[in-house]
Ligand binder design. Structure first.
Ligand SMILES: *Cc1c(COP(=O)(O)O)cnc(C)c1O
Length: 377
């Protein structure tokens, strides 16, 4: 059994993907081939933002978004502590200070109450300019953007959506990667929409921001490609990846997103009365980048992981450590208080196999193994 079965997905899409890849090889426009623009248009339309600017990966997407708004030293940027490195690391690379915020243990996303409290604390301290919020759509569930928009407006903060895991999710019918002032995503192979290497994208409604992003993703080029007008990166989505993503976006829309809901529903039905299954608030849809259960305590979680492992059922622990526990941030001046909810979740979470091709029998096997293991305790 695979944790995320990319081989099975390929076996189903092989004819189309092979054809698209062969077309790119024939054309030999490996960078900026026509498939890249076609994909950007399709992605912008799907998420409901005016513009999509593709780039090298989801980390660069965040960096590009932060560069576009000129984040810099002295700026405070609020980010959940329970996330993948890139959400915080890209803040630090601009020179700004990441200010970690605890999470809501039901949704695993940033707790808006804690965010408001932390904003007040930073304001009172008066050492940093309150500048931006990076909201992460963890495990596929959009953050609470109703509240986040209100908080961002009230405090004059830029709102950046890190939709690397959220692609395909929605809130009140609005798609992930269309929230906030600017949004980013990743096409790393195991994300909800993944390519066959690295890839990412930035979404914006502002033409000026789009033009600026187009420039800084190619060395800060001007209107003339050979006139360099500012500093930039080399961060392009290559044509092969765009060709693969076009095929995958089609099936994502046609069936995969729905199949992810099916898998999650089956898990919830079989496990709902013995472990804590994900809470999806009213009006929200998760794209289930991960399916995460919470066990009663760390010992129970570890025993269950071992038992599943013995039976060849792969599981993961996302994330064993929050950002405030990482060595690199140990002396971060931004750590104002403890993060009990993130630490509690780290000690009890277990991520189960999750992908659109997971079959009913496999889900049953996984759930029975969990139930048996629970009896051992
Ligand atoms: C994967 C991920 C990223 C970074 O994407 P890459 O394509 O791997 O650079 C950023 N933020 C979150 C929340 C992620 O899960």
């Amino acid at each position: 059994m695979e944790f995320i079965d990319l081989k099975k997905q390929y076996s189903q899409l092989k004819d189309k993907i092979d054809m698209e890849i062969a077309a790119v090889l024939q054309d030999a426009h490996f960078i900026s081939g026509k498939q890249v623009k076609e994909l950007e248009l399709a992605l912008a339309e799907y998420v409901g933002m005016k513009y999509c600017v593709s780039c090298g990966n989801g980390t660069d997407a965040l960096s590009l978004a932060m560069m576009a708004y000129g984040l810099k030293e002295g700026d405070a940027v609020f980010v959940p502590t329970f996330t993948f490195y890139a959400s915080a690391e890209t803040i630090s690379l601009t020179g700004a200070t990441p200010i970690f915020v605890d999470i809501d243990p039901d949704t695993f996303n940033m707790a808006t109450r804690d965010l408001e409290r932390t904003i007040l604390e930073v304001k009172h301290k008066g050492e940093l300019n309150l500048r931006a919020i990076v909201a992460v759509d963890l495990f596929g569930l959009p953050s609470n953007f109703k509240e986040l928009n209100r908080i961002a407006k009230a405090n004059n903060l830029l709102l950046i959506e890190d939709g690397a895991q959220g692609f395909g999710g929605s809130m009140d019918g609005q798609k992930a990667c269309a929230f906030g002032d600017i949004a980013t995503t990743s096409f790393f192979p195991v994300k909800p929409l993944g390519c066959y290497g690295d890839g990412g994208a930035v979404f914006t409604n502002e033409e000026k921001v789009k033009d600026y992003l187009e420039s800084i993703k190619v060395h800060g080029k001007g209107a003339d490609k050979y006139d360099k007008v500012r500093l930039g990166l080399n961060s392009r989505l290559d044509t092969l990846q765009a060709a693969v993503l076009k095929v995958k976006l089609d099936v994502f829309k046609k069936s995969e997103l729905e199949e992810r809901q099916r898998v999650a529903d089956e898990y919830r039905k079989m496990l709902g009365d013995c472990v804590k299954t994900p809470v999806i608030p009213n009006g929200f849809v998760s794209s289930y980048a991960q399916y995460s259960i919470l066990l009663a305590n760390e010992e129970q979680r570890n025993v269950i992981q071992q038992e599943l492992n013995k039976q060849g059922i792969p599981t993961m622990i996302y994330y064993k450590k929050s950002m405030h526990q990482q060595t690199v941030y140990r002396n971060n001046p931004s750590i104002y208080h403890a993060f009990p909810k993130a630490e509690m979740v780290s000690s009890r979470i277990l991520n189960l196999p999750m992908h659109p091709y997971l079959e009913h029998d496999e889900i049953q096997t996984i759930c029975e193994a969990i139930k048996c293991a629970l009896k051992l305790l």
